[in-house]
Design a protein around this ligand. Structure first.
Ligand SMILES: [Zn+2]
Ligand SMILES: [Zn+2]
Ligand SMILES: [Zn+2]
Length: 104
């Protein structure tokens, strides 16, 4: 089942938070609606801290959650490789869990 959530990338504003194209451009995650959907069960994205913004500094949506700040995950075990941080040594998403910090 899909649940409607506030778009994390634009914080529900519906506008591109970084004004990449123009100050009037719509948020590319929610297409300007300020809301988006995620399948249940979902968790807060550990990789971006739920902000929906790529933590590597690029002004683009988080590559793990797609900018939603949450992702569908029914995993329960902490990832053995990244110890639940979702990150590998160089800051990229963990190769084992894909940045979710969890595994089956
Ligand atoms: Zn948005
Ligand atoms: Zn994320
Ligand atoms: Zn991992």
């Amino acid at each position: 089942m899909a649940t409607t959530i506030k778009c994390a990338f634009c914080e529900g504003e519906g506008k591109d938070p970084f004004d990449l194209l123009s100050p009037l451009s719509n948020c590319l995650v929610c297409n300007g609606s300020g809301i988006t959907t995620v399948m249940e069960p979902f968790r807060k994205c550990i990789y971006c801290g739920g902000k929906g913004i790529n933590p590597l500094g690029a002004r683009v949506p988080c590559i793990v959650c797609g900018g939603k700040g949450k992702y569908h995950c029914d995993c329960i075990t902490r990832c053995k490789q990244c110890y639940g941080t979702g990150k590998s040594g160089d800051g990229l998403p963990c190769s084992l869990c894909g940045g979710k910090g969890l595994s089956k």
